[in-house]
Structures are given as structure tokens and as C-alpha cells.
Design a protein around this ligand. Sequence first.
Ligand code: ZN
Length: 682
Amino acid sequence: MKRKFFYSMILATSFLAMGCNSKEQASNDNFDYTVDKFADLQILRYQVPGFDELSLKQKELIYYLSEAALEGRDILFDQNGKYNLRIRRMLESIYTNYSGDRNSEEYKNLETYLKRVWFSNGIHHHYGCDKFIPGFTPEYLKEVVLTLEPSTLPLAQEQTVDEFCEEIFPVIFNPQLMAKRVNQADGEDVVITSACNYYDGVTQAEVESFYGAMKDSNDETPISYGLNSRLVKEDGVIAEKVWKVGGLYSPAIEKVVYWLKKAEGVAENSEQKAVIAKLIEYYETGDLRTFDEYAILWVKDTDSRIDFVNGFTESYGDPLGMKASWESLVNFKDLEATHRTEVISNNAQWFEDNSPVDGQFKKEEVKGVSAKVITAAILAGDLYPATAIGINLPNANWIRAEHGSKSVTIGNITDAYNKASHGNGFAEEFVYSDVEKGLIDKYGDITGDLHTDLHECLGHGSGKLLPGVDPDALKAYGSTIEEARADLFGLYYMADPKLVELGLLPSDDAYKAEYYNFLMNGLMTQLVRIEPGNNVEESHMRNRQLIARWVLEKGAPNNVVELVQKDGKTYVVVNDYQQVRQLFGELLSNIQRIKSTGDFDAARTLVEEYAVNVDPALHAEILERYKKLNLAPYKGFVNPVYELVTNDNGDIIDVVVSYNEGYAEQMMRYSKDYSSLPSINN
Ligand code: ZN
């Protein structure tokens, strides 16, 4: 099964060394980024800098697109599991109406369970996909439910409350039933054993033969088969129930279309108007050819300030990777931050010509990629509350090849992650002294950003293969080597005076913040994401350890970088930053040679020697220190609130944004105002 997780979605990966793009903007420093914390989750808030400077028409457009975004919420709940809407509505009725003891431990646990259901858009963990284990008993839940007015419960037709409990409780309490939302275990029927609601009554073999028969291997522009439907067997017949106006999920899709039509009326230009019109046509017909036409129009609309994703987009939630969950993101271009990536791209040839790589492996003509930096205005569906920090769409390979794709990083979201991490105790615990902490406080965000930009805009695109070298020659080691190459290209240039000259860095020693963060992460702190006893598996993590360990070892004779003990704790100390840069350059040159010549043995040796193994004693120490900080490993966001301002004639004169809503408050409002689907969708 191919999964394209890091292909179309970029997820936040490290704690300190994460990019951020809105430093220069007028963001309010007294802004409170943290909202709530429960289970393994922290809820943050993000700002929308620049919204007030948009024109009235642009603000209106964002408002309508945001409404269209929020109307799809119930669709995702139902896609993630057929009982999710009923369970959510039952719990919300308790949350609103229960008049018993709200201070008991069981009630508190029930509230936490509801908060987790909201967060995951269902009863399974948003990341691990395992079903939640409730911290209360079925007897307690029954007792609470029986105190409620039956009309406030999502009962099926002619169902009694007792029958309702009998039907729903096993779904919540029986750990064997619907245990995993997406099961990928090799050798099992992943369709039958997955709790997601993309298939009903069909086996994996039946699904595969149904779509196998549709596919034409000679078709060079294939539609995304099965993308927008549930596949069911009814009365022995296998058929698709398409998600469209008049089809499955129609009540929600009609609302989405209503707001899209409003948006169409205030589009910025004719290209954008055509994009929205085509999307409406697709929702009305469910035709996947129309979806492709829409995707092509969308990818070509690069001039509009405002942009959006709205629809059945990513297929991570389907064990077979075909059916797409509903999501939406409304955003506008961050002009200042996008300017920064353009400066990098415009100088791509200079960077290529001056890299420490052997001349025969350099590109004669290099073209930088100019990734757009955007400001998110609303997150919805499968991007809410947990979200990506970057997106690369569309997913159809032939459209990407023929028409290109849009790659964006979401500046205000990474900014919120960064701001929330300041003062959480992480740097205080792991950074060696006030000198390093001072550098990181001052420059850590901006250099983290810039390293990401250099990695994405230049690193991956630099260098070339020698003629005849198989691009897949490095096999399983290929992606670690490729990530290391891109990271090293960025690291090497972080310390180059050229960056100060181009106005990308404020001072000659700013780069030290990124060097320290990178080495600390690669040598120690990224280990917090690995279970005791395991090795490093993920290729980005392997790449970071490879680079950091290699530099530690090769610099040892000159004591360039060392691990020191202080009060029984291990710290990274960098004694000579310029020599670190020379070592980064040396390793870059070496790794580019491996890539350019397809030297599999050298790739294997490097990765196996430096990137994979974990020192168990150090690992245990890091986990222990991290645990004491009591940080939530997963984060998500509440949205801002947008309101129309009208004059006495009812004309819209402004759209205002505010940031005061709490987590439960927002979830309950969404469940009240944007919840048009019935509890049972067949
Ligand atoms: Zn990369």
C-alpha cells in the first residue's frame, strides 16, 4: 500500500527547530496562544496577521469561503466511522443538559472523552488511529443518559433509549469492536478490519476487483477512482454512493455550495471565479472528470491573493488510499514571507555555483522553487483542529506532471507553534547554557524558517545525477540520503555572509542558533519521539541523526562539538561553529557524490553507521527529562471567529476577526450552527 503522507502534507516535526514565517508582521506579542490541554493534546490559537489590511471584498470572500469550510464538518465525522455523529450528539446532549454531579471523576473523564472525540472527529485517535479507552463505565454512562430528555438524544427511528444504549455502547466500550480507524496490518483484510466508513458490506478483494475493472492502464489522464464515494453491497449488488448534491451527504454539501455561490459573487478575478464555479459544478454532479478540470484551474490560479482548498482531498483515512476525507483551508498569500522565498529562488544559480560540491555533480542551470507562504484564515474538516504546516496539491500524478502543483507553507500556524513552545521549559531543560539560550531566543525562529526555505527551495533541487545513474540506485537508503542532502545544503549556507547581504538574516552570528538547535535535536532531543528499545526509522529523523553524529565524530580530534555531563545530565556543546560549517560542507560534498554516482554501498554504510542506532542510556535519560516537562505530544487549533458588520441598510461594511472563543465553546457552536447531516447517513 502506498501512502503519500509526506508528499502532500507537511507535518510539524520538531519542537524547537520548526520554521516560522510571520516574524516581521504586526503580530500581537501579548497574544495568548494556549487554549486548553487534555489527554495527550494541547489546543492552541493562531492569529491572522494582515486580515485587517485586506479589501472589503477580499474579507467578504474569506468570510463566505470560511462558512463553506465549516459546513463540511459533519461529513468528516461520518467518514471516520458510522457511529461517530450519534456518539458525538449523545455526549453533547449530556454536556448541555446533564443536571447531576459535574465534579465527579467519571463526569470529568466523560468530558475529556468528548473533547477527544471533537479533536479526532470521531472515536479513534487522530494520529495513531486506535479507539479511545473511556475513563468511565457503561453503567455510569447509562445512568447519565437515562436522566436526559429522550428527544435530545440521536435515537434511530422508533428506537427506545434502552435500545439506543444497546446499539451504541459496545462501539464505545468493547475494545475489539471497530478497534482501529485505519488498519494497515499486512495479511489482514484491511477493508473489513478498518472502522472508517468508506466501505460497507464489501471485502478488500471485492473493492479491489470493483475498481480494477474500472481502470484502463492505457489512460494517461485517469480520474481518481473512488475518490468521492462510499462503496457498498446492498441486496448482493456492489455500487458507489457518491457524495454530492442529491447523493450521500447532500444536506451538508448543499450548504457548502450555497456559500461557494456567495464566494463566486465576490471573486477577485475571472480565473478565481472559474475555479469556484467548477468546484460547484463538481459538487452538483459528483463527476470526477469535472474534479480534475477544477484541480487544473485551481493550480493555474496563482495570481489571486486569496486561495482555498475545499473538498474530498486526502486519502490517508482509507486503508486502500482511494477515498478522500473532506477538508478545507482558506488562506491568503503572506506577501512579505513569500518575498523571502522569491529572493532565495532568484539567487538559486549563485548558491549552486558556490556550493562545496564537486563541479561534475553540479547543475549547469538550476531553477529554484518558489514556495508560497500563506496565512491560514480558517481550518476545517480533516485539517481541524490538528493541521499540517504545509500542503502540496493536487494529488493526481498526471495533473502534477502536466500542469504543476501548488506548494505552500502556512506561516501563521508555524508561528503559533513556535510562540507556544517558548517558555514551555523545553529549552531550559535541554540547552546547555544562557549563551545558547540567548542565541535561540533571539534568532531561533527566523533561522529555523530560513533553513526550511533553503531545504525546500534549493536543497532538493540542487545537484545532478551522472549520465546513466538509476535515480533509485540507493533503494531503501535513498530518502534518508536525499533529506540529508537537502538539509546540508541549507545548513552549509546558513553561515554564509551572502544571507546577511541578501537581507535574509539580521546578523553574522544568527546562524549559530540553527546550528545548535539542529545538533541538539539530531544528537539528543528528537529521541523523545521514539519508544524505548526502538531504533530511528523515519527518514527525516535518520537524516538529522546521521548529520549530527557524523559531525560529532569527525570533529572530535579538534573538539568541535562535544557531549558533556552537567549535574548528571547530558548536553550538547559547540566549541567551534565555523568548523561545524566546514564539516557540513564536507559531508554535503560526500553525500552529493553518493547520490550523483548511485553509490549504494557508501549510502548504506553512512546510514547504518550514523543514522539508525540509539544509545539506550542516553535515550532513557532524554525520555525521563522530557516526561518531567509534561508537554502534550499532539497539538491542534481553535479557529478565529469572523463576523459581518452591516449598516442600517443591511449592506456589508466590514468583516471583523476575533480570537476569544474557547475550545469547547467553539466545538459546541459548530455543532449547533454547522450541523446539517442526520445522525445516520445511508
Ligand atoms: Zn525534504
